[in-house]
Write a protein that binds this ligand. Structure first.
Ligand SMILES: C[S@@+](CC[C@H](N)C(=O)[O-])C[C@H]1O[C@@H](n2cnc3c(N)ncnc32)[C@H](O)[C@@H]1O
Length: 323
């Protein structure tokens, strides 16, 4: 991250970006291939455990541009798994616990019931669809779409005339989201393999970008916002839920790769994010911390209270209209 953006010496100074992405991808491949999450009776996590074993089935929707080097390879899903505790989810890592935590994040019971089990993996830290004011016919892009939970909610709001594109760099997640799209009969959704720093999406084609607890995982957040700006149409908007840093991490957290993959150590200061959005060209920038997130962030780590360092926030911004 450059000084030009006003950013601190960040995690990518401590850990090579490639290595960071590898660790993150490994984590979420493990989550995606944990078969227990569909049934919801054993633990899974976004924030702990690093088992791998990811594989992904064949694909029918390929990245149009800028996808990752790691293409999905043939194979099963539902293998591998994590024996970890939960942190970005409820205490017992079950589907019910995910739903309970999701309600704390602002998802209504009706919304949770509207999506088939297996899409909400308890990986979010807010509810971006609640702040996106989606309208029928809009094109929505979800950065780091995971198993597709927010995409399926957005798909209901934009209707048959609209569409939702999910982008995720973890092949097993993309595969899981595609399976979930079939289960949810969400024909207006598609899922692409790619990095949010190099979006596989054409310029100026998106009305609204949503994202849930993902930008913190990027080793180059400025590049994410530049890409978001590129793919939005003039007047398009950004509605993101993510964690932001409120206090300096102890070195033991800052340099811990597991804490980066766990949506903790990569969190940036609000002022830094504002500066990055500004430099990318956005206007009407608003980053609002949600104090109520303390109740679930406190559960993310058994050993320390992470809510002393991070809070969930709503990040909103707008690409200016054409002159
Ligand atoms: C914490 S999970 C959130 C998933 C989803 N947004 C949700 O709320 O369920 C983070 C997701 O972002 C993906 N991800 C992380 N860094 C990424 C990057 N640089 N580019 C694309 N996807 C990324 C991971 O593969 C994972 O599926």
């Amino acid at each position: 991250m450059s000084d030009e953006d006003g950013s601190r010496a960040s995690v990518d100074d401590d850990l090579e970006a490639t290595e960071q992405r590898r660790i993150v991808r490994e984590r979420y491949a493990s989550v995606a291939t944990d078969s227990s999450v569909d049934g919801g009776d054993s633990a899974t996590s976004c924030c702990s455990g690093t088992d791998t074993g990811a594989s992904a089935g064949d694909t029918d929707t390929v990245p149009s541009a800028g996808g990752t080097d790691t293409e999905p390879s043939a194979g099963d899903t539902g293998t591998g798994g994590s024996d970890s505790d939960s942190c970005c989810s409820g205490a017992d890592g079950s589907a019910n616990a995910f739903d309970a935590t999701a309600q704390k994040m602002g998802y209504s019971e009706a919304a949770l019931e509207a999506v088939e089990p297996g899409a909400n993996l308890g990986l979010g830290c807010g509810n971006p669809t609640a702040i996106a004011s989606l309208e029928s016919g809009e094109t929505v892009l979800d950065l780091g779409s995971g198993a597709g939970f927010d995409c399926f909610l957005a798909a209901r709001e934009v209707g048959d005339e609209g569409r939702v594109i999910g982008v995720d760099m973890t092949p097993a997640m993309v595969e899981k989201a595609r399976e979930n799209a079939v289960k949810n009969e969400a024909e207006n959704t598609s899922f692409r393999l790619g990095e949010i720093e190099h979006l596989p999406v054409a310029d100026g084609t998106v009305d609204v970008i949503i994202s849930n607890c993902v930008v913190n995982l990027s080793p180059d957040k400025s590049q994410v916002f530049r890409e978001a700006f590129r793919v939005l149409r003039p007047g398009g908007r950004l509605a993101i839920s993510d964690v932001v840093r409120t206090a300096e991490f102890p070195e033991s957290v800052r340099l811990d790769s597991a804490a980066i993959a766990a949506c903790i150590a990569g969190a940036e200061r609000i002022a830094t994010l504002e500066s990055m959005l500004d430099v990318a060209g956005f206007e009407a920038i608003s980053i609002e911390p949600k104090a109520e997130s303390e109740s679930f962030i406190r559960e993310w780590d058994d050993d320390r209270d992470i809510s002393e360092y991070i809070v969930s926030a709503q990040i909103e911004a707008r690409k200016p209209d054409e002159e």
